[in-house]
Design a protein around this ligand. Structure first.
Ligand SMILES: [Zn+2]
Length: 244
């Protein structure tokens, strides 16, 4: 299948121009991918910051809860201590020996409870310190990530501005080449490019690089004559055969 040719003699030239357009469009496609990759660095860092911030909030909540538990234990301790004090005052008023020793052993029990509670509070304080340290580490992590985000944003801005220049150059290169292609060919090119980004494909071992179908001997002959723009009969992509 040959595309209607307005000027047969310019067939090869047109094909070269279309190949050039394709290579520029490949480059543009690559630039878009690069742009996405560059921009995704910011998204990735922001996600890390959000994650660390959420973990910090959880840790802070845990710390507050733990502090409440410790406060409760301190209140319990105070109650026991007051109880012991009152018991000791009462002890002074007891006259009978039996009652005295019973009361004394009751105080002993309270003292033992107090000791246990003090130990518990002590180990809770250690745990509290651990949670507080973990919270500080998370705070530092969030700060570090935020600092890195500022650096990444500056880098990304630089890279995007460089890329922007390349994209602009490529665009004018494209316009320049497109101006030299006739309307029918350019239209066909654009239509094909819009499908999957590939309009001009190489024929290798008599196989279309676009759809992998074998091309006919007639199409191969037309290609070798290098006079017209030849389309694949199956996928309609613009075919070319490498120069020997
Ligand atoms: Zn094909």
């Amino acid at each position: 299948m040959a595309l209607e040719v307005t000027n047969k003699d310019s067939g090869v030239n047109r094909l070269e121009l279309l190949k050039k357009l394709q290579s520029i469009d490949d480059k543009s496609h690559d630039f878009s991918r690069q742009k996405k990759t560059i921009e995704s660095r910011i998204d990735a860092k922001e996600a890390r910051i959000a994650d660390a911030t959420a973990r910090l909030a959880d840790k802070h909540e845990e710390l507050l809860d733990f502090q409440k538990n410790i406060d409760k234990k301190h209140l319990d301790l105070k109650c026991i201590e007051e109880g012991i004090l009152k018991s000791r005052e009462r002890l002074l008023q007891i006259k009978s020996n039996r009652e005295y020793s019973a009361h004394l052993s009751e105080i002993g029990g309270k003292e033992a409870d107090k000791g246990l509670l003090e130990d518990e509070i002590l180990s809770m304080m250690t745990e509290f310190e651990n949670i507080a340290t973990a919270e500080q580490e998370l705070k530092a992590e969030v700060e570090r990530e935020k600092k890195e985000l500022v650096e990444i944003k500056a880098e990304v801005e630089n890279e995007l501005s460089l890329l922007g220049k390349n994209i602009a150059e490529t665009r004018s290169e494209w316009e320049e080449a497109a101006r030299q292609v006739d309307k029918a060919a350019l239209l066909q090119y654009k239509r094909l490019l819009g499908k999957d980004g590939q309009a001009v494909v190489e024929v290798v071992a008599q196989t279309c690089g676009g759809c992998c179908m074998q091309i006919t001997a007639q199409t191969l002959n037309l290609l070798l004559r290098r006079e017209d723009i030849i389309l694949c009969q199956n996928c309609e992509k613009i075919l070319y055969i490498a120069n020997e």
